[in-house]
Design a protein around this ligand. Structure first.
Ligand SMILES: Nc1ncnc2c1ncn2[C@@H]1O[C@H](COP(=O)(O)OP(=O)(O)OP(=O)(O)O)[C@@H](O)[C@H]1O
Length: 240
């Protein structure tokens, strides 16, 4: 469960999100909207990649970022830093561009990096990496150079890097843009099977069939919030 309370974000002095209030406990949540409407900014708030200019984001009961008007109370700062760590640990984020996510030269090393930080024993690290790669149908990529992968292969490796961490919630920002039909279908099957809460930003409206809830963002505001067909119909009517 994640809660947005009076959240606004400004960038370069320009308002990008306006006074967002949401309580999101649903298992499958989609975020749609036209280019530049604020979807990625909203998605990045989920795991603290973006901080509110005003308001709070809370995972469970922990505040993620203080209202910036709260002042420089060092104690409040510490708890906000703890809350941010909590959020980063529990919410995995899959970037639109996998090059922003893949760090190490060999696929297996890249997937192992976060698991080492969690101080998991080598056996458990190997087990998780193998199971995740098999699940995504990319087991044969384990020993490849990451810079030699195709765009779609990189996108799947970036997703694997998040899944191995087993976060409580997974946020994906347009994860299908580089995928062929087979891998798009595979990704959908993987998402359907995940037990975690999933938040998906997409222009690919068909992916949202079967989702519990879809948010339509327009000019930094949530202008529709409901079941997929209702909200995607409203979106299509904006473009008509
Ligand atoms: N660093 C920045 N400085 C100023 N404006 C920014 C900055 N980053 C993003 N913006 C603006 O914020 C608005 C929202 O951007 P955002 O990336 O959230 O949109 P989006 O809905 O994800 O778009 P798309 O569908 O094109 O990916 C856009 O108008 C964008 O130009």
């Amino acid at each position: 469960m994640i809660v947005f309370e009076n959240v606004s974000v400004a960038k370069g002095g320009r308002p990008v999100l306006h006074d967002i209030n949401l309580t999101l406990g649903d298992r499958r949540i989609g975020i749609i909207g036209r280019n530049g409407s604020g979807k990625s900014t909203l998605a990045r708030l989920f795991n603290g990649l973006e901080k509110p200019t005003r308001g709070h984001v809370r995972l469970g009961s922990a505040p993620v970022a203080p209202d910036q008007g709260a002042g420089p109370d060092p104690k409040a700062g510490d708890s906000a830093a703890d809350a941010l760590r909590h959020l980063r640990r529990h919410v995995g984020f899959v970037f639109q561009n996998p090059d922003n996510q893949i760090v190490y030269p060999i696929v297996r090393e890249d997937l192992e990096f976060g698991l080492k930080n969690l101080k998991l024993p080598p056996d458990e690290r190997r087990r998780r990496i193998k199971a995740t790669m098999q699940r995504l149908g990319i087991a044969e990529l384990a020993d490849r150079f990451t810079h030699e992968l195709s765009g779609g292969e990189k996108q799947l490796v970036a997703l694997a890097g998040v899944l191995v961490m087993q976060p409580a919630m997974i946020v994906l920002d347009e994860p299908t843009t580089l995928l062929d039909l087979w891998n798009r279908r595979r990704l959908l099957t993987v998402l359907e099977a995940l037990e975690q809460q999933v938040v998906l930003v997409t222009h690919d409206l068909d992916l949202l069939d079967g989702f519990d809830r879809v948010l339509l963002i327009d000019e930094g505001r949530v202008i529709a919030d409901g079941p997929p067909h209702e909200v995607t119909d409203r979106y299509r009517s904006l473009a008509a």
